[in-house]
Design a protein around this ligand. Structure first.
Ligand code: F0G
Length: 469
C-alpha cells in the first residue's frame, strides 16, 4: 500500500517565482554560423552595402522582419500533414473557416498567399479596377506601404488619420496607434460621399507597432455607423494588439485575449490580413468579409487571379492547416506575454543606456532613431542605412531601414532602423546580445561612417531594396 508522502510542507501554498520563461521547448534547431567582423566587412562590400542582397547564412541574428520568419509549432507541422489538397470541398478549408468563425466571428473567408493579396482583393472588390477610385478617399490610422500603394493604384487617395502624438517618436502614450476621431469625423462630414470604406491597422506598423485601444475602435465604429461606412481592419498583428489592450486599457484588464480579439473583429465589417505575422505562418493571408454580396464579389475576383476561393484561395491545403492552428496559438496569453515582455526588456535596457528608441515599444519590434543615434552624421549621410550597415558589421545583426510616419520635434520625418523580432525564434540570450551590440556601437558611434548610397528605386514594404552605388 502506498502512503501519501508530502515533499513540501503544506504551509507553502503559493509560489512567488514568476514564470518568466518561454512557454515552449525547442525541438528543432537551426545552427547559426558564427562569423568574424573581418568576414562581415568583406561580405558587406560584396553586396555593395545592401543587406537585402546578403545571403541569410551570413547573418547571425536576422531582425529584418517579423513577417513569415516565425517558428511554427509541432501542432502546426503535424496539422500540415493532414492538408487536404482537393480543388473543391477541401476539409482544410472547412477547418480554417471554422477557426475564423470562432476567433473573429466571420465565416466568409478567402485564404490568400499573403496580406497584400488580401488588400488587393479588398480594394478591387469595393473600389474596382485601377483608376475606378478617382476622387475617392480611404482613411486609416496609418496605411502600411502595400495598402497605400494598392489604394493609390485604384486612383483613390490613401489618407492617414492618426491620433495626436502618434507621429511623435518621444511621446509616451499607451495607444499611439489610435485614430484621431475628430479628424475622421471631419473627413466624413466633408468628403463622406467619397469614402468607400474606413480602415484601421492593428497594431500600427508605420509608427512603431503601436496598438489601437478598444475604446478608439468603438469610436471609429460609431462614426462609421453614423455615416453608413464599412470598417475593415488590417489585422496582421491582431493578437499583439489585443494583448496590449489587455495590458494598457484599464477597463479591459480582466478580459481574455480571445474575448478582446472577438470584440475587435465584431466592430468591423471584415479584415485584410497577413498570416505571416500573428498567424504564425511562413506564408498565408486572409480576407474576411462579413457582407455576403461583397464576399461573393471578392470570391469572383479571387478565382481569376488566385484560385478557387471556396477551397484554397491562393494557398495549399497544408498551409491552410498551419494558419488554422497558428491563428489559435497566436492568442495564447503566455506566448503574447513572453513576447511583449522580451521586447519591453530590450527597450528598457536601451533606454537606460541612453539609446534613442521610439517609445513605448509596441508589439513586434524595437525602432532606433538613427539620426539621433548617429548625431555626427548629416541627413545626407543616410544615418539609418549607415546604422544598419554598422549593426551588421559590428555584430552580424541584420535590421532594416524603414519608412515611417514618425516625426521629430521639428516636424521632420524620422530616419528609423527597425529591429523586428521573429516569433518564437530567438531566446533572451540572443536578444541580450543584440542590446549589447547596440549599446557598444552607441559608445563608439563616431566610428560609424556615412553610407554611400543613392536611392534608385523604392518599391513596397520591405522590398524597398535600395540600390547602393
Ligand atoms: N499590413 C501591415 C501592417 C504589414 O506590416 C504588412 C507587412 C502587410 C500589411 C502586408 O503583408 O507582407 O503578408 O503581404 N509587413 C512586413 C513587415 C513586410 O516587415 O512589416 P504581407
Amino acid at each position: 500500500m502506498f502512503m501519501p508522502i508530502y515533499l513540501i510542507d503544506q504551509a507553502i501554498r503559493t509560489m512567488s517565482i514568476a514564470l518568466d520563461f518561454e512557454p515552449y521547448r525547442i525541438n528543432t534547431v537551426e545552427p547559426i554560423r558564427i562569423s568574424t567582423r573581418q568576414e562581415r566587412r568583406r561580405w558587406l562590400q560584396e553586396v555593395e552595402f545592401n543587406l537585402f542582397r546578403l545571403p541569410a547564412e551570413r547573418v547571425m541574428i536576422d531582425l529584418i522582419t517579423d513577417s513569415g520568419t516565425g517558428a511554427m509549432s509541432s501542432a502546426q507541422w503535424s496539422a500540415m500533414m493532414r492538408g487536404d489538397e482537393s480543388y473543391a470541398g477541401s476539409a482544410s478549408y472547412q477547418r480554417l473557416k471554422e477557426v475564423c468563425n470562432d476567433a473573429f466571428g466571420i465565416g466568409n473567408v478567402i485564404p490568400t498567399h499573403q496580406g497584400r493579396v488580401s488588400e488587393r482583393l479588398l480594394v478591387e472588390t469595393i473600389i474596382g479596377a485601377p483608376h475606378a477610385g478617382r476622387g475617392m478617399i480611404v482613411p486609416n490610422n496609418a496605411h502600411f506601404d502595400t495598402t497605400r500603394r494598392m489604394i493609390e493604384q485604384s486612383g483613390a487617395q490613401a489618407v492617414n488619420v492618426l491620433c495626436m502624438g502618434g507621429e511623435g517618436a518621444s511621446v509616451i502614450a499607451p495607444f499611439k496607434g489610435n485614430v484621431d476621431l475628430r479628424q475622421l469625423e471631419e473627413l466624413l462630414c466633408e468628403r463622406g460621399e467619397d469614402v468607400p470604406f474606413v480602415m484601421v491597422t492593428v497594431t500600427c506598423n508605420s509608427n512603431g507597432g503601436q496598438p489601437v485601444s478598444l475604446e478608439n475602435l468603438r469610436g471609429v465604429r460609431k462614426l462609421c455607423n453614423r455615416f453608413g461606412k464599412m470598417l475593415f481592419l488590417d489585422g496582421c498583428r491582431f493578437a499583439e494588439n489585443a494583448w496590449l489592450i489587455k495590458e494598457r486599457e484599464a477597463r479591459e484588464r480582466d478580459r481574455g485575449v480571445r474575448q478582446i480579439v472577438r470584440e475587435m473583429f465584431d466592430l468591423s465589417d471584415g479584415a485584410a490580413m497577413s498570416a505571416r505575422k500573428d498567424g504564425l505562418c511562413n506564408c498565408g493571408g486572409l480576407l474576411l468579409v462579413r457582407d455576403e454580396a461583397l464576399y461573393q464579389k471578392a470570391c469572383g475576383l479571387c478565382v481569376l487571379t488566385q484560385g478557387f476561393q471556396a477551397s484554397y484561395g491562393g494557398v495549399a491545403g497544408r498551409d491552410m492547416e498551419a494558419m488554422a492552428v497558428g491563428v489559435q496559438e497566436a492568442m495564447d496569453e503566455s506566448h503574447l506575454s513572453c513576447r511583449v515582455r522580451g521586447i519591453a526588456r530590450m527597450e528598457q535596457r536601451l533606454i537606460d543606456a541612453g539609446v534613442p528608441v521610439v517609445r513605448p515599444a509596441g508589439g513586434h519590434a524595437i525602432y532606433l532613431d538613427a539620426e539621433e543615434f548617429c548625431g555626427h552624421l548629416t541627413p545626407g549621410d543616410h544615418p539609418a542605412q549607415s546604422l544598419v550597415c554598422a549593426l551588421y558589421e559590428h555584430g552580424g545583426i541584420r535590421a532594416s531601414r524603414i519608412g515611417s510616419v514618425l516625426r521629430n520635434e521639428r516636424g521632420q520625418l524620422l530616419e528609423l532602423v527597425r529591429l523586428a523580432i521573429p516569433r518564437r525564434v530567438y531566446t533572451p540570450a540572443h536578444l541580450d546580445y543584440v542590446v549589447e551590440v547596440i549599446i557598444e556601437l552607441r559608445e563608439r558611434v563616431s566610428a560609424i561612417k556615412p553610407a554611400k548610397m543613392q536611392v534608385v528605386e523604392v518599391k513596397c514594404g520591405l522590398e524597398a531594396a535600395l540600390e547602393i552605388v
